[in-house]
Design a binder for this molecule. Sequence first.
Ligand code: GAL
Length: 359
Amino acid sequence: MKRFIPHCMKIMLMVLFIFLLIACEKAEPTESESSPEPSLELEEEGAESGPIHIGFSMDTLEEERWLKDRELFKKEVEELGAKIDIMVANEDVAKQIAQVETLIHNGVDVLVIVPYNTEPAAAIVEKAHLAGIKVISYDRLIKNANVDLYVSFDNEMVGELQAKAITSLVPTGKYVYIGGAITDNNANLIKKGVFKVLQPYIQNGDITVVYDQWTEDWNPDNAYKNMLAALEANHNEIDAVIAANDSTAEGAIRALREKGLAGKIPVAGQDADLTAVQRIVQGEQAMTVYKPISSLAKETADLALKLADGETIKTNRKINNGKIEVPSILLSPIEVNKDNIDDTIIADGFHSREDVYGE
Ligand code: GAL
């Protein structure tokens, strides 16, 4: 067969092969993504300045939820006839600031930011305002800056739901707290909610928190190491674990498995990652906190376009970020355990029945 392919045919096949390679390259999730120019009739609408242009600066795509945020927010923005530029900083402060400079240079009308680090991100807000661009803090609050709007879930309530679920299963005993990333204001809020519920139990001596550590970059491997340290320091005598999200819960459960304790010690998580919901079905994780990302994406897209149109947004809440009372919208999180997976996550199509139960 090979012997009979004429020379020119080989060259054509080579060209075809290279062409396919480039096309596949295009398919890879990149650090930046932008939507195609909206069709002509949309053009007419904002003929003089073209469609509204949103810049979405994300921290990471490491956790499953952020892939959903990217996809759903892009869909909502484009369905409203606007265009979007998305950039992902991969947990790098300098890169996020540089990417935002690029988005400003690209002429975005509004910036939507998921800050990697809540403090240095203040510089981003300043740069945007100097360019006359409004800033929405998405899911995570930027501290000490004149943020125009904050849209998220009630993260303190996330912690309260976690602690209420675990204290109902383990009202007395030794607790381990696996916190989130200290660079993320949400980690502080979640912890505040957890300890608000635990305090009375701690006060009357029923519960002792024998280990309490932040997890750098929310990284499951760091959570795994922390959990191992907690087990070793307490001779494996632990009664409950509250982990700030499902990826840190995954790390903690990996350590429990090594000690033959997985499924014996209730573990709380957050984000309703598919693997976490599967662990709940298998009995290795007690609960997670589901946050309907589609509502967050829709709400933020609507508000971003209103801000771009120069509208003033009235909100029923204000959150102090250390500098100002930021107009805020906080959506309600939902507790999920083995009894309500169907009525929540599956009913919403967040995960399919096949994926969760493997049916
Ligand atoms: C938090 C977010 C959580 C979690 C975490 C890790 O800010 O609210 O859903 O996933 O980041 O990225």
